[in-house]
Design a protein. Structure first.
Length: 511
């Protein structure tokens, strides 16, 4: 069923603009949602999806623009305001009370009263009725924590029905579900759609988006790219609209992907059948001396999940890893570091830069961690290392005593790269090293990666910008829906070919 385009939208957002310090998060974005439709909001990380949702649900105030709900202009100052207007959200991490029963969660704040207390018998009866309307027959007195994530999400939807939601926002609801659980959720979504509920669906799984959606709105860099009926937007075109094109300065960089790599010997790293239930289907990858192996795919495709298993940041449940032909057990990052493997996380603020330490302290942190707390780095050695890598990477300002948290994003990324290069790794994993930084810093980091690999360092390089992957990598591992769908020699492969390959699960012929 598709929404009737003649029906007035239940939500209409016009010219929504939101600014944060130094960032224009949303730039005059329009969005509408009709009763009885599933409308997917698509875009890469940083596109503005979460900001738009938070504007609609009262988390963020808008700097410009108008929100109309049910034909009435609204200004939400809290999520409670949005709920009163009939807007409910179910997040990837279910926002319920795991230490309460299912029934208590469903009826929380809306329990029927008897005298001065709560009529718990009636409350559980009402909870069961709402859940049964979603096809869910479970004991409402059981603890929520005893149920799977899929069931907890359905309980959260049941709570939204108690609140008489006219708009249901599902933010990455399937990220932790298996196929059977996804089907159960989709059955509930279809039923709610027939009842006239407007559903805003956010997912990075293309197959699921095309299976359940009526319309798609695409955002990129905080701006509206367009709104499309799902049957009028081929998957390849959707991927292109989400990713966009790189700026001229980066496009002008010479490609290094055609540099010959000797793969006749033993690889620096070989992983076979590495996987983890719910995170990544078993995948293979190998990396040779001086080779850049790119990992391409949309956000949520399994790129980060793969490298975290290789590094030991998450523990693999299947497969084996070899370093220089020797079996290696990477059950923690320390073991990977001991094998001279470094990893720069995509979340440089939470898992990379220590904002309250100086630039110098951040750079030597990797060396100190490798040596242990009892073998302190001397001042002369520290100064020499810091000076060498700040100069090599062009960290600005060139002040090692400056707090790292006061640097720009691009210079923070350079400091992270310096930290790991100072440990003399044989393989470095760079997860989105150029995300969110200016063009000049991006070009600097790309040039440095090319230089390092030419000097023999092996690199695994992840980027949402496919042109960047093709420019730097000799081989590209292609991911989709948390599994490896293929591997390409990047020489002669165009951005269009790679987009088709991702969109068609590797079935498109690459000439």
């Amino acid at each position: 069923m598709s929404a009737d385009t003649a029906v007035a939208p239940v939500v209409e957002m016009t010219g929504i603009t939101i600014r944060f310090p130094g960032v224009l998060a949303l730039d005059a974005v329009d969005f509408s949602l009709r009763p009885g439709e599933v409308h997917s909001l698509m875009g890469e990380n940083g596109a503005g999806k979460s900001t738009l949702i938070k504007a609609l649900t009262g988390v963020y105030p808008v700097d410009a623009g108008e929100i109309v709900v049910g034909g009435q202009p609204r200004s939400f100052s809290s999520t409670a305001d949005a709920q009163e207007a009939g807007i409910s959200t179910v997040y990837q991490e279910v926002n319920l009370c795991a230490n309460l029963s299912v029934g208590e969660n469903v009826m929380l704040g809306h329990e029927p009263r008897r005298g001065s207390g709560i009529d718990w018998k009636a409350a559980h009866r009402e909870a069961a009725r709402h859940l049964q309307s979603l096809g869910l027959a479970i004991d409402t007195r059981s603890m929520l924590s005893s149920h799977s994530i899929a069931i907890q999400q359905l309980v959260a939807i049941g709570r939204a029905m108690v609140l008489d939601a006219k708009v249901l926002i599902l933010d990455e609801p399937t990220s932790s579900l298996d196929r059977g659980e996804v089907e159960q959720l989709f059955s509930v979504i279809r039923d709610l759609r027939t009842r006239g509920v407007a559903i805003l669906f956010v997912s990075h799984f293309l197959d699921q988006v095309y299976e359940i959606s009526d319309r798609i709105t695409v955002l990129r860099n905080g701006q509206l790219v367009g709104e499309y009926a799902v049957h009028e937007l081929p998957r390849g075109e959707l991927v292109t609209k989400m990713i966009g094109r790189e700026l001229d300065e980066l496009a002008a960089l010479a490609s290094v992907a055609d540099r010959a790599i000797d793969r006749t010997g033993t690889p620096v790293l070989r992983a076979t059948g590495v996987g983890r239930r719910g995170a990544l289907e078993p995948a293979d990858i190998d990396v040779f001396d001086g080779e850049v192996v790119g990992i391409a795919g949309l956000l949520g495709s399994g790129r980060t999940e793969l490298v975290r298993l290789l590094y030991g940041a998450d523990r693999a449940e299947t497969g084996q890893i070899e370093v220089h032909g020797r079996s290696a057990k990477h059950s923690s990052p320390r073991q990977a570091i001991e094998n001279r493997i470094a990893f720069s996380s995509e979340d440089r603020r939470a898992e990379g830069i220590v904002a309250d330490l100086t630039v110098a302290e951040n750079i030597v942190l990797g060396i100190q961690a490798r040596r242990g707390a009892l073998r302190k780095i001397g001042r002369a050695e520290s100064d020499a290392v810091v000076q060498e890598y700040m100069t090599a990477l062009g960290v600005r300002p060139a002040d090692p005593s400056m707090l790292a948290g006061n640097l720009s994003g691009g210079n923070q990324q350079k400091v992270l790269l310096a930290r790991w290069l100072a440990t003399a790794p044989e393989l470095i994993v760079l997860d989105e090293p150029t995300r969110g930084i200016d063009v000049g810093a991006k070009a600097d980091i790309q040039r440095k990666v090319a230089e390092l690999s030419a000097n023999g360092l092996s690199v695994i390089f992840i980027s949402s910008e496919l042109e960047e992957v093709l420019r730097l990598a000799q081989r590209v591992v292609v991911m989709r829906d948390r599994r490896k769908i293929g591997e390409l020699d990047s020489s002669g492969v165009t951005i269009e070919h790679l987009i088709d390959y991702i969109a068609n699960e590797g079935q498109e012929s690459v000439a």
